[in-house]
Design a protein around this ligand. Structure first.
Ligand code: MLT
Ligand code: MN
Ligand code: ZN
Length: 310
């Protein structure tokens, strides 16, 4: 199975259009080794020919243009992207669907909560009915059901599992303040031939025993790398929200709770990567001490264009 990182940044990307924070400014000036990152999305393929898009970023136009594997191959109108799965209904993960409106109906795999958000608070799917239309494949992660195995047409060599994880619905969701199973999912994708597994969770508010178990022997985990510390936005004067207010577990922990680095230290996953990196996060600096700490623990930082063979 092949994984292509289309966008490794969080909302806003890096540099963010209106931001002069240390990381955004240094990225623009080239004064530190920081790669620009577009907003959060990856694509997965069993053979390099047919791809499933995991999240659809507002930067999808640039992302697809820069990836030859995802260009049209045959006939007048065509795309190697055959289906789209969303992890949540956040702007950075969903609004790219609007840029796919010129194609055939979208084969879209989302939970009932995400479907609701995308037809109410952010009614993208309703709008798309006036263009390509959407075929909704419901991922039955809701209520008591926290896990759903599903298949995607044309991708029979892969097994997909959607897993409810701790997170937050977006600010415009009818249940922003009343969390529901299905607001946020992780995806486990297993190559049936080799048994090797990818665990993908770009938004993850906590890593409890269940999440650790999912990550344990994965060939690759690609997980929430949004923030280095819980209060990094506040300290930098960039905003008033803490990492936990936004549903993200920071890399560094506190006395009460371990961070993402502690969680990853406890897994035997063969490759451990952070993705969905916010532009405030000092791990973006490839020569910085935070990046060195990650490297010492065997943790990598995903970047746009990164290819992962699983
Ligand atoms: C988040 O995951 O919290 C987002 O990146 C926020 C956003 O898109 O503005
Ligand atoms: Mn996000
Ligand atoms: Zn910034």
């Amino acid at each position: 199975m092949k994984v292509l990182v289309l966008g490794a940044g969080a909302g806003g990307g890096c540099p963010q259009w209106n931001c002069n924070c240390a990381m955004c400014a240094a990225t623009r000036e080239g004064s530190r080794l920081i790669r620009p990152r577009t907003q959060s999305s990856i694509a997965v393929s069993p053979d390099g020919q047919r791809w499933v898009l995991l999240n659809a970023s507002p930067d999808i136009g640039t992302q697809l243009r820069s990836q030859p594997a995802l260009h049209p191959k045959q006939g007048l109108r065509d795309s190697p992207i055959k289906a789209v799965v969303l992890m949540d209904a956040q702007i950075d993960h969903a609004t790219g669907l609007l840029s796919l409106r010129e194609g055939p109906p979208l084969e879209l795999y989302v939970t009932p909560c995400v479907f609701e958000d995308l037809t109410t608070g952010l009614p993208i799917l309703t709008v798309l009915e006036h263009y390509c239309g959407v075929r909704w494949h419901m991922l039955p992660v809701a209520g008591e059901q926290k896990l759903a195995e599903f298949a995607i047409d044309g991708f029979e060599t892969l097994r997909f599992r959607a897993i409810a994880i701790p997170g937050k619905a977006p600010p415009y969701s009818p249940h922003r303040h009343d969390p529901k199973v299905g607001d946020n999912i992780a995806l486990e994708i297993t190559d049936r031939a080799t048994g090797r597994r990818l665990f993908y969770a770009p938004g993850l508010a906590d890593v409890g025993p269940a999440e650790l178990e999912w990550m344990q022997d994965a060939a690759c985990v690609l997980v929430d790398g949004t923030f280095w510390t819980e209060d990094e936005m506040l300290k930098a004067g960039l905003g008033s929200k803490r990492a936990s207010d936004m549903g993200h577990l920071p890399q560094t922990g506190s006395a009460e709770r371990g961070g993402m680095m502690d969680a990853l230290d406890r897994t035997r996953a063969q490759r451990k990567l952070l993705i969905h990196i916010n532009n405030s996060n000092p791990i973006l600096d490839e020569h910085g001490p935070e990046r060195a700490e990650l490297s010492a623990r065997g943790i990598e930082v995903a970047h746009d264009g990164m290819e992962i063979e699983i």
